[in-house]
Design a protein around this ligand. Structure first.
Ligand SMILES: C[S@@+](CC[C@H](N)C(=O)[O-])C[C@H]1O[C@@H](n2cnc3c(N)ncnc32)[C@H](O)[C@@H]1O
Length: 217
């Protein structure tokens, strides 16, 4: 497996991929979190998903252990697992590969085809969670601030969505540090979502993907 695509890309973008054996060793350092279905991971230079794909695979293994016997729960918790993986990537081919690689792992696990609602819902989630943008300026390719979607599963097939600005969220650590004006405050007291949504189903999410459901980006 080649760890570079071209010398020019290494020089221009520092594009050297991490080998799978090293990824697994690094993920083992936070093994418990990688096996927690709703633990959130953000990779700010995600390439084609060398970290995010194995993270998803570990989470799906946890879904199988916990919910493998119930088709309904398995499908919804698998989607939640994917909803908790985030990436930012500057180069268009890499972000496209990353989305495709994640979707392939998800679809293979559940035996989905492209026409399945859950496949289309997952594709929509990936289009939001895996951002084509610049992690340094925290802006996407259109120049807008990068949005981070907070997903949650509230049961009975319904998901919650709230959007936050990445630049605001990353300021959180400093603001809540000991000695700061906001020390002792809970993050949610300080940071408000830029947008909140009504609970949505897999069908709603699939509808957003094809523009059939109104109201989401
Ligand atoms: C060293 S590679 C690592 C890729 C992947 N994380 C891995 O370990 O295999 C760095 C990646 O970051 C991307 N990149 C470089 N500058 C970036 C920026 N400012 N914002 C987002 N991605 C960036 C490159 O295109 C490349 O895909």
């Amino acid at each position: 497996m080649s760890l570079i695509k071209s010398k020019k890309r290494v020089a221009d973008h520092g594009e050297v991929f991490t080998p799978p054996w090293l990824v697994e060793k690094m993920l083992d350092l936070v093994k418990g979190e990688t096996e927690r279905i709703d633990a959130r991971f953000l990779e700010p230079a995600c390439g084609s998903g060398n970290f995010l794909v194995p993270i998803l695979q570990r989470k799906l293994a946890a879904v199988e252990l916990k919910f493998g016997k119930s088709g309904f729960e398995k499908r919804h918790y698998a989607l939640l697992a994917m909803m908790c993986a985030y990436g930012i990537e500057l180069l268009p081919d890499n972000i496209a590969e990353c989305r495709a690689n994640m979707l392939e792992v998800f679809a293979d696990y559940l035996g989905l085809t492209e026409t399945d609602e859950l496949y289309r819902a997952a594709s929509y989630v990936l289009s939001l969670n895996l951002v084509h943008g610049d992690a340094m300026t925290m802006r996407d390719t259109t120049g807008d601030p990068i949005s981070v979607v907070e997903w949650g599963y509230i049961g009975k097939g319904k998901f919650q969505r709230r959007d936050f600005r990445l630049d605001v969220l990353t300021g959180m650590a400093g603001l809540t540090a000991e000695g700061s004006l906001f020390a002792g405050h809970k993050a949610h007291d300080i940071f408000t979502a830029t947008r909140s949504y009504d609970p949505m189903t897999v069908r709603d999410l699939a509808g957003y993907a094809s523009g059939e459901t109104e109201g989401a980006v």
